[in-house]
Design a protein around this ligand. Structure first.
Ligand code: RP5
Ligand code: MG
Ligand code: MG
Length: 279
């Protein structure tokens, strides 16, 4: 797989901590590098032990590479290595030890719902791109409050939660603002999207995410699933409203020039190609 880039961003997100610079040819743990001296950083609120975070290593006995009670510490990729009691990032060095903003040592599991429709003109005809002659897909995108980048409305899989639930829940929270809705409104929202989310989604990715929050010991992994509204009458009319960690939400045209959070544009490329859409 391609070397991680965002996981080596110079300044760690939400902090003034600089990562130890890791050049491309030193990312791989197999490359001997005695001078490597990563900075140690775990965000203060992670150390305060919120329910979603692990304690420090030494304060508990995590079962790495296995289902540890209801916490899934297995990677979607290969078995990861443990060094001095700490998991090692399977994609290599990041210049930072500890957990940074992430709660779990090892994999932090997320799910990314990619909701798409065909772009249409004012009379409902599909819009084809002038260069590729292919129809243009649109997806529901949110603007993340933490970094201001546009992204898929994904989120963390709660302990014991099924990924299919996470996909629908995170979409509801971030793109439909279900957290702020009354219970009757919430029911209406769920009714409108359950059919789409119960349809066979197209899994476009499962594995390591090149996320700027990743560290040498903690990293994001996701399952990205595409739910496509082919006829344009299931979710196209949804009243989008940003919620939770989203500041804005809108339908965005899918193409190769999009700059999105983490590895999200890579997931959209797969969606576009699988659906013979413009990229
Ligand atoms: C990314 O972080 C995943 O692809 C997912 O979109 C997101 C989950 O984290 P939060 O949105 O909960 O911060 O790596
Ligand atoms: Mg969320
Ligand atoms: Mg989120």
């Amino acid at each position: 797989s391609a070397t991680h880039i965002k996981a080596r961003c110079p300044v760690y997100p939400g902090s003034h901590t600089n990562r130890f610079p890791v050049p491309d040819d030193k990312v791989d743990w197999e490359t001997d590098w005695p001078q490597y001296s990563p900075v140690t950083y775990t965000a203060p609120f992670v150390l305060k032990k919120p329910v979603w975070a692990d304690p420090e290593i030494g304060e508990f006995s995590p079962q790495f590479n296995s289902l540890d009670g209801s916490v899934d510490r297995r990677s979607h990729e290969d078995t990861y290595r443990i060094l001095n009691g700490k998991p090692l990032n399977p994609h290599g060095r990041t210049g930072l030890e500890g957990r940074g903003l992430l709660g779990r040592w090892g994999p932090n599991h997320a799910a990314d719902p990619i909701v798409t429709r065909w772009k249409t003109d004012s009379v409902g005809q599909r819009v084809h791109h002038t260069d590729s002659q292919r129809p243009v897909l649109q997806f529901v995108s949110i603007k993340r409050i933490d970094c201001g980048e546009w992204a898929i409305p994904g989120g963390m899989v709660d302990p014991g939660e099924r990924v299919s639930q996470t996909l629908q829940r995170e979409f509801s929270e971030e793109a439909l603002n279900s957290l702020q809705a009354s219970s009757s409104e919430k029911e209406k929202i769920q009714k409108r999207i359950t059919e789409l989310f119960n349809s066979d989604g197209l899994q476009v990715f499962k594995g390591y995410v090149d996320d700027p929050r990743n560290t040498d010991n903690s990293w994001m992994e996701t399952v990205a699933v595409n739910f496509h509204d082919e006829s344009g009458n299931s979710v196209s009319e949804l009243p989008l409203q940003a919620g939770d960690d989203a500041g804005h939400v809108t339908w965005i045209d899918i193409n190769s020039s999009l700059t999105l959070y983490a590895s999200h544009s890579h997931f959209l490329e797969t969606v576009a190609k699988e659906r013979n859409a413009h990229w």
